[in-house]
Design a protein around this ligand. Structure first.
Ligand code: SF4
Length: 395
């Protein structure tokens, strides 16, 4: 679990990578008396060189910096919902042309710089071009979807050559291979008769591309977006949140917990869901009311589907502010008036759009940890994985 250590009142357990730049940034921030929020932002902006691990005892800033420079490491607490592994990047499937590969019918590509440059450092791409991998070659005749009794078929736009069976054969095998990766999300190319989520069909309503449809069927809860959904910051952040949430849930399921633990783990996502919409947490909990007679696997699949569907509803700044305020109310009675003031200011700065979410989140998380509040301490909202926290700031 990583977080970033901002100030003299702040905590401790630290691992440090890239010490020189981090120490310089920290020293400059302290000695030029930047505000606490500014210091957090400054430190976070250099965080690709930092890996900082915090839990527990309060330390002074000089101590933290000394520990950081030495590379001291501390352990973190265990929760039912394990944090994503810190030993590698999560794997995301992607239509290969979006990465700049020249695999399109005309020998071109559809490189998307938001995806490659902004999201690229945080994920490990698993590129797939169904048409090339099904043996259609480059260059090739453009294809389109044509309606038929058995569902849309993929046919050559000029010659009418039917590529459906070749694509279906490839897709069955490829999805089996992808199940073993395992994927934590997928980015599809919009408008493609193979990859698009909703593509024009001659003689019928728009339908998913052949590969996209099979992908959704095989992995119904996997976060899947088209590249157009990642064109703005809110879309990228929502996708990132879903990817990390999906990873948490998958890690939970692979550790073979019981139904009781699954129900308990749902309490840990309360604040995360409430930031999307008040009442959303209770709506997902409805899944448990239908648990009678279901196996753990069946209930788990239903819960995962409900949870991932709920997260598709975007979190809003107002929702985040309401959740931050709840946490603030929980910690304020046990901190000094000066600290209360600083926290309140960070919240207002976030509300006014002056600082990113990570600033009040990091500050509140520190006091939650120090006060050992069991409810807040267990919340995934306050426990973003390091790359997830960075994504919230940079994408
Ligand atoms: S949209 Fe899909 S099938 Fe078409 S070139 Fe891109 S990856 Fe290949």
């Amino acid at each position: 679990m990583a977080t970033f250590v901002p100030t003299a009142a702040v905590v401790g357990d630290v691992t440090f990578v890239g010490t020189v730049l981090g120490a310089v940034v920290a020293a400059v921030a302290v000695f030029t008396s930047l505000t606490l929020a500014t210091f957090v932002t400054t430190l976070l902006s250099h965080s690709r060189l930092l890996r900082v691990r915090c839990v527990g005892s309060a330390r002074s800033l000089p101590t933290i910096l000394r520990l950081a420079i030495r590379g001291t490491r501390y352990e973190v607490s265990d929760n039912l919902l394990p944090m994503p592994r810190d030993d590698g990047l999560l794997k995301i499937g992607i239509s290969q042309c979006l990465l700049g590969a020249e695999v399109r019918y005309d020998g071109g590509h559809k490189r998307n710089s938001f995806i490659v440059d902004l999201l690229g450092p945080y994920f490990s791409w698993v590129p797939v071009c169904p048409e090339v991998e099904a043996g259609m070659g480059v260059p090739r005749e453009a294809v389109s979807l044509r309606s038929s009794e058995g569902g849309p078929r993929v046919v050559g736009s000029e010659t009418g050559t039917d590529h459906t069976e070749a694509l279906e054969r490839f897709t069955v095998q490829k999805l089996e291979d992808l199940a073993g990766v395992p994927l934590r999300g997928y980015v599809l190319k919009s408008g493609s008769p193979s990859c698009g989520k909703a593509v024009p069909v001659e003689g019928a309503e728009p339908a998913p591309g052949l590969f996209a449809q099979a992908l959704r069927k095989r992995f119904p809860s996997l976060p899947v977006v088209e590249e157009t959904e990642l064109a703005d910051s809110a879309g990228r952040q929502n996708f990132a949140e879903r990817v990390f949430a999906y990873d948490r849930q998958q890690n939970f399921f692979t550790s073979q917990r019981s139904i009781g633990q699954l129900v308990m783990s749902h309490a840990q996502v309360k604040l995360q869901l409430e930031a999307h919409r008040p009442g959303l947490h209770d709506e997902v909990a409805e899944t448990f009311k239908q648990a009678n007679g279901l196996s753990y696997e069946e209930l788990g699949a239903r819960y995962l589907a409900a949870m991932m569907k709920a997260l598709e509803e975007p979190a809003t700044p107002a929702g985040h502010f309401a959740v931050l305020k709840t946490i603030f109310e929980g910690v304020r009675k046990n901190v000094e008036p000066a600290v209360q003031k600083e926290l309140a200011r960070a919240l207002q700065d976030y509300r006014q759009g002056n600082v990113p979410l990570a600033v009040p989140l990091t500050l509140l998380r520190h006091y939650v940890r120090v006060q050992e509040n069991p409810f807040f301490n267990s919340q995934t909202y306050l426990e973003p994985e390091p790359k997830e926290l960075l994504l919230r700031i940079t994408v």
